[in-house]
Design a protein around this ligand. Structure first.
Ligand code: DQA
Length: 144
């Protein structure tokens, strides 16, 4: 089984950006945790981060026929991007939306998620562990 883990804008600043909300661990720490979990669960993982909406769309499109599931944290594009929603619908690869923080308890503008309607489920508010939970969800549901 092969999963894509796709991260949107400013997630490369983890550890520096708003540590009270996103924690003190870095993006590199997150990638290492994801790679270790993939190895433990005996699956392949391709981790990608971009600050650019079109690059995120390109990466989602590249999942077509190539991978079995997507874990995506669209970050701020969650709340604005029809293009990312349409890309997930286009490839029809099982997708889980994740957020490090509990977006349901934050500002009003974070209550809108365009991507959510195209996702199997949303996991939010458990720190970096949301990525592990999302990977396990996809492996348990769609893996061999
Ligand atoms: C986030 C929540 C978003 O509202 C925010 O724009 C982010 C990160 C999260 O992981 O909690 O950049 O997706």
């Amino acid at each position: 089984m092969k999963l894509f883990v796709i991260n949107g804008p400013n997630l490369n600043m983890l550890g520096i950006r708003e540590p009270g909300i996103y924690g003190s661990e870095s993006y590199k720490d997150l990638c290492e945790m994801i790679k270790k979990h993939a190895a433990d669960r005996n699956i392949e993982v391709d981790i990608f981060q971009s600050n650019h909406e079109g690059d995120l769309v390109d990466k989602i499109q590249s999942a077509y026929g190539v991978c079995d599931g997507i874990v995506i944290n669209p970050a701020a594009y969650t709340h604005t991007s029809v293009a990312i929603l349409d890309a997930v619908k286009a490839v029809a690869v099982p997708t889980v939306e994740v957020h490090i923080s509990d977006v349901s308890k934050r500002e009003d503008f974070r209550q809108i998620s365009y991507i959510r309607s195209a996702c199997d489920t949303t996991i939010a508010g458990h720190g970096f562990n949301v990525y592990i939970e999302a990977m396990d969800y996809l492996i348990d549901k769609y893996g061999e």
